[in-house]
Design a protein around this ligand. Structure first.
Ligand SMILES: Cc1cc2nc3c(=O)[nH]c(=O)nc-3n(C[C@H](O)[C@H](O)[C@H](O)COP(=O)(O)OP(=O)(O)OC[C@H]3O[C@@H](n4cnc5c(N)ncnc54)[C@H](O)[C@@H]3O)c2cc1C
Ligand code: SF4
Length: 328
């Protein structure tokens, strides 16, 4: 690992100020991703601004019935908090489907959203990678692209975004609160937070240089009784999703008043199957309708050489997740 300076921030404002003074600095939260990237020489900040002492933690209920998660709260706390388990079980299930207990004890909510792709060519500094080093090419395009995208990819990058938590947060219409370098606070909808690769795959999200995530807000909803997170992966732990699906239903009797279907492992960002959601609205909650929704969700998939299996896997996972959500 290259040498770096270690600086402790003692407030959110001091964190953004410290970062603004050094273009080569990065924030450090739980360190479970940034330190790995530094060890592999994929990332080489010359200064880490440690966020560890900040009080951006805790889980609070909002006046409107929603919830706010501190950006520096640990994934373990978010997954196991009684209010999250009761009102947002989808979020709890998605977090618990990720990583391991030890990693979740270190990983923070904000850091989870900003973890970088697990594309093996991105991690291998001997290979070309437009995300790691813009303009060098994409090793995965002609390489082994079994884990890669089937939606929204570009000629520049076919990587998928790895967070499970973010897939659930998109289904729950969450918002990310951010403090900018100019001291202003703003809120970004989860749907607008991550980016497709386009011709700038090095940019994973719509944050500006120096932005500090302070919290994640989740509005109230009626999905608690009928939601599910299904993650299909190569083995049962320490594996990122081949395909994952967050499904949530709001039911009036057996009629679907509203549905959410979001997917992980299929695109450069959490992917919302909006047409399938619209199809389900007003329909009966039957397996036949779930199957049709799954066909709609996957009909525009553009698989690569090695990941054609994800199309059928996506359909089956959507049906399974909707059936589990219905069962509650
Ligand atoms: C073996 C292994 C398996 C894993 N499996 C899964 C999995 O199956 N599913 C899954 O979803 N995740 C998985 N993860 C990823 C893990 O969840 C993330 O590494 C973790 O959530 C990142 O959080 P962190 O606090 O450690 O972030 P850090 O590593 O500290 O930071 C990550 C990035 O976010 C930036 N950052 C952190 N906090 C803020 C903030 N508040 N504002 C602005 N920038 C910030 C940092 O500068 C850095 O660029 C796995 C990780 C490992 C090591
Ligand atoms: S898919 Fe993206 S991250 Fe992977 S090698 Fe290609 S450019 Fe890099």
């Amino acid at each position: 690992m290259r040498p770096f300076k270690f600086t402790k921030a003692d407030s959110a404002t001091s964190a953004v100020n410290l970062l603004s003074k050094n273009i080569n600095a990065s924030f450090l939260a739980g360190g479970t991703n940034i330190i790995d990237l530094m060890k592999e020489d994929v990332a080489h900040p010359d200064e880490l601004i440690n966020l560890g002492g900040l009080t951006l933690t805790g889980i609070k209920q909002l006046a409107d019935g929603g919830l706010t998660l501190g950006a520096l709260g640990k994934n373990t706390e978010a997954a196991n908090h009684p209010v999250v388990r009761k009102n947002y079980p989808l979020l709890s299930k998605a977090i618990l489907a990720g990583a391991s207990a030890q990693i979740r004890n270190m990983a923070t909510n904000g850091g989870n959203l900003l973890q970088r792709t697990r594309c093996s060519y991105f991690y291998d500094v001997s290979m070309p990678c437009n995300k790691r080093e813009p303009g060098t090419g994409c090793g995965a395009m002609e390489g082994i692209n079994r884990m890669h995208a089937i939606f929204g990819w570009s000629e520049s990058c076919i990587a998928v975004y790895p967070s499970d938590m973010a897939v659930a947060l998109l289904a729950l219409n969450a918002r990310v609160k951010v403090l900018s370098i100019d001291g202003k606070e703003r809120t970004i909808a989860m749907a607008d937070f991550h980016r497709l690769a386009g011709n700038q795959p090095e940019k994973d999200n719509n944050l500006q240089r120096g932005d500090l995530i302070t919290a994640i807000e989740i509005p109230p909803n009626n999905f608690a009784a009928h939601s599910a997170y299904v993650k299909v992966r190569d083995r049962n732990s320490y594996a990122f999703a081949l395909v994952s699906v967050a499904a949530a239903l709001n039911l009036s009797g057996n009629t679907i008043s509203s549905a959410r279907i979001t997917m992980g492992g299929v695109a450069h960002k959490p992917w919302a199957a909006t047409e399938a959601e619209a199809f389900l609205k007003g329909k009966s909650a039957t397996e036949a309708n779930f199957r049709e929704a799954a066909e709609i969700a996957m009909r525009d998939a553009k698989p690569l050489e090695h990941n054609k299996f994800k199309v059928e896997m996506g359909k089956r996972t959507i049906v399974l997740a909707l059936k589990q959500a219905l069962k509650g």
